[in-house]
Structures are given as structure tokens and as C-alpha cells.
Design a protein around this ligand. Structure first.
Ligand code: NAD
Length: 356
């Protein structure tokens, strides 16, 4: 089991160190190798995703990723910015399926902006297609309009497109994920307006016939955005395209109120994956031992489950995280009256102790 460890920038090195600590405590046989990525890689080599880092990632079963980015790199040319490393890894590894769970732990229900009864026990899995849609469709650009409301005016345009195989493979991922959960999939589209998403709906429906044990329903994206805040527990697995998934997964993550708790996984068709917290590099708190490492530790659990075939170890980590929350241990982002404030490293140590 070869793991590429790419800690990145900001709080990345601190939170990844805690996840590595937890993985080492499992007494499994991992080959973990670290490499530079993001701003740290740019500073050392002049590129955010050096050849050696990409090679290591491609040769590994999984990538454990921290976060990249820092405001000091915001003036660089776009291809050299730290965030390009993530896009490069997604592209080269073919990571088309993005898993974003939104789980609200009962100890943290007060952190949500919704009423506790709406989010207590929430456990949604949003599966976002990651390599297609309007984010990558060609052609795109700026030009002088020859038609439309203002012929002769400057305009910008993008192309929304999905091919049948792209929709089929993400639909299979969603139905198979649902089979391991409560056997319900909601496919989110905008079939009433967009040709691309009428096609999406048709193809998902066809694929669904291969999974008669899974109940499929369809919802327009505007309604889905509304239902997520009205009655979030009605959802189990949600599958959608790149742009709608981008927006809905961030909305869903906020239902839990604690960005420091949310893991994510991006998988390719070979089962290789990149596992990272849903949050960024948080330069405002880097190096202060206050960042919450639990999202990264839970990402390591997803890595064990989806890329390394170690379900029991994944469950051990998830149970250990539950246990430290039940003990009342909290990093500052999730701290509340009556709980015990701990730092990044102490939280990692507590998870290791709970594992044992
Ligand atoms: P951010 O997620 O880094 O931070 C948003 C807020 O949440 C900050 O106040 C931060 O302190 C807090 N926060 C984030 N993670 C936390 C944790 N684990 N524990 C406690 N608090 C936490 O988002 P941002 O400030 O918009 O972006 C900062 C940098 O991160 C930018 O350079 C951005 O481009 C980059 N970024 C990277 C990724 C990635 O690596 N995948 C994702 C998003 C943003």
C-alpha cells in the first residue's frame, strides 16, 4: 500500500502530520513517501506540481493531500499558482468522482446555523462529477458578439457538455455507493432548461435500471439547494455534475457548521484516489497549533476504505474520532462552553489514544 503524502502549504503540514500519526498507529504496512506541492513546491522548484511529485502520485495507490495556497502567491501567473497543483493532479490521475460527505456529529449540532433537530444525525454523501461540464467544456473565451441581445458587443462564453460515458461512470459510482448505504440516490439536474442535463437525467435513469435495489429520484438544482436547508435529512446519496456539485457540496458542508471536520475523496476508474480535507490552507492560523486535524484524519479513513481496501481500519479511525468528540475534546473552531480546548497535535494524540 503506497501512499504519496503531499502536505502543501499553510496548515497543510500540521494537519497531515496528525493524519500520518494516526495511520502509523494502525500497525498496517504502509509505504508513505512525502513530496512538495503547491506554494512550497513553487518556492523550491519554480513549479507548484513538480515532475517528481506528479510521478510519485501516479505511482501510488493513494494521495494524502493537505491543502495548497497562500495569499502571497496570488500575484503569480495563473499556471504557477499553488491551486494549479490540485487541478493538475485531478487531470493527470483522471480523478472524475468527488465524494463529499456532510456528517453532523451529535456533539456538534449546535455549530450548525440550522436548528439542531434539522441536522442532528445528518449523513449525506454528495458525489460530484469532477472532470467535465462547463468547467472544462471547449470552446470558451471572449469575442465580439455576432448575435444575441447586443450584436457587436464584447462577450464571454463557456460550453456545458457531458458525454454518455462520462455520465454513465459517475452514475455507476453513485449507485454502488448507495448500495452500501440506505440505497437511495437523488440525481440533481436542470433538465427543464438545459439540454446537457436532460441528457444527464436520461442516462442516469438508464443506468439506474441496472440497480433495481436502489431507489432513484431526480431533483432540479434550484429545488435541491432549497431542500438542503429546509429538510437536509431527506437526502442520502446525491449525484450531480461538476458545477452544481461544486455549489451544493459547499452548501451541504456548511450545514454541519464545522469546516474543520469534513473530509473528501476524489477517485479515478482504477480506484486510485486523492484524499484531502474540504477546507483550504487557512494561512491565517498556520503554524499556531490551532487547526483542526479531524477533516484530514477522516480523509485518511476514506483513503483506507476506497483505495486501500481496509474497511475495518477506516471504521476504527471514524470510531476514534467519535470517541474524542464524546470525551469533549475540541480544537478552537469547534470549541463551545463546557468542552476542553486542545491544539492540533493534542487532537491527533487523542485520536491515537482512542484507537488504542
Ligand atoms: P480556508 O478553507 O483555507 O479558510 C477559511 C476559514 O476557515 C479561515 O478562517 C480558516 O482559518 C478556517 N479554517 C479552515 N480550515 C480550518 C481547520 N482545519 N481548522 C480550523 N479552522 C479552519 O479558505 P480561504 O481562506 O478562502 O483560502 C485560503 C487559501 O486556501 C487560499 O490560498 C485558497 O486558494 C486555498 N484553498 C485551497 C484548497 C485546497 O488546497 N484544496 C481549497 C480551498 C482553498
Amino acid at each position: 500500500m503506497k501512499i504519496a503524502v503531499l502536505a502543501g502549504d499553510g496548515i497543510g503540514p500540521e494537519i497531515v502530520a496528525e493524519a500520518v500519526k494516526v495511520l502509523n498507529a494502525l500497525d498496517l504496512d504502509f509505504d508513505m513517501e512525502s513530496a512538495l506541492v503547491g506554494g512550497a513546491a513553487y518556492a523550491a522548484t519554480g513549479h507548484p506540481l513538480p515532475e517528481a511529485t506528479l510521478k510519485l502520485a501516479m505511482e501510488s495507490d493513494a494521495v494524502l493531500f493537505g491543502a495548497v495556497g497562500d495569499w502571497k502567491y496570488d500575484t503569480l501567473d495563473r499556471p504557477l499558482r499553488p491551486e494549479q497543483a490540485i487541478l493538475g493532479l485531478r487531470k493527470h490521475m483522471g480523478l472524475f468522482a468527488n465524494f463529499r460527505p456532510a456528517i453532523c456529529y451529535k456533539e456538534l449540532t449546535h455549530a450548525s446555523s440550522l436548528k439542531p433537530e434539522l441536522v442532528a444525525g445528518l449523513d449525506i454523501l454528495i458525489i460530484r462529477e469532477l472532470t467535465g461540464d462547463i468547467y472544462f467544456g471547449q470552446p470558451r473565451g471572449r469575442r465580439i458578439a455576432t448575435d444575441g441581445h447586443f450584436p457587436g458587443a464584447e462577450e464571454a462564453f463557456d460550453t456545458m457538455r457531458y458525454s454518455r460515458p462520462e455520465i454513465e461512470r459517475i452514475a455507476h459510482v453513485a449507485f454502488q455507493a448507495a448500495q452500501k448505504r440506505s440505497k437511495r440516490v437523488t440525481s440533481v439536474d436542470k433538465a427543464n432548461v438545459l439540454e446537457t442535463f436532460q441528457f444527464w437525467k436520461d442516462v442516469v435513469t438508464e443506468v439506474g435500471k441496472e440497480y433495481p435495489d436502489v431507489q432513484l429520484d431526480h431533483m432540479y438544482v434550484d429545488n435541491a439547494a432549497m431542500q438542503l436547508v429546509k429538510e437536509p435529512k431527506r437526502f442520502d446519496v446525491v449525484v450531480t455534475g461538476n458545477m452544481f456539485g461544486d455549489i451544493l457540496s459547499d452548501e451541504a458542508s456548511m450545514l454541519t457548521g464545522s469546516i474543520g471536520m469534513l473530509p473528501s475523496a476524489s477517485l479515478n476508474s482504477k480506484g486510485q484516489g486523492l484524499y484531502e480535507p474540504s477546507h483550504g490552507s487557512a494561512p491565517d492560523i498556520a503554524g499556531k497549533n490551532v487547526a483542526n486535524p479531524l477533516a484530514t484524519i477522516l480523509s485518511a479513513a476514506m483513503m483506507l476504505r476506497f483505495s486501500l481496501n481496509q474497511e475495518a481500519a477506516a471504521q476504527r479511525i471514524e470510531a476514534a474520532v467519535q470517541a474524542v468528540l464524546a470525551q469533549g475534546l475540541r480544537t478552537p473552531d469547534i470549541w463551545s462552553e463546557g468542552t476542553t480546548r486542545v491544539g492540533t497535535a493534542e487532537m491527533g494524540d487523542a485520536v491515537v489514544n482512542a484507537l488504542r
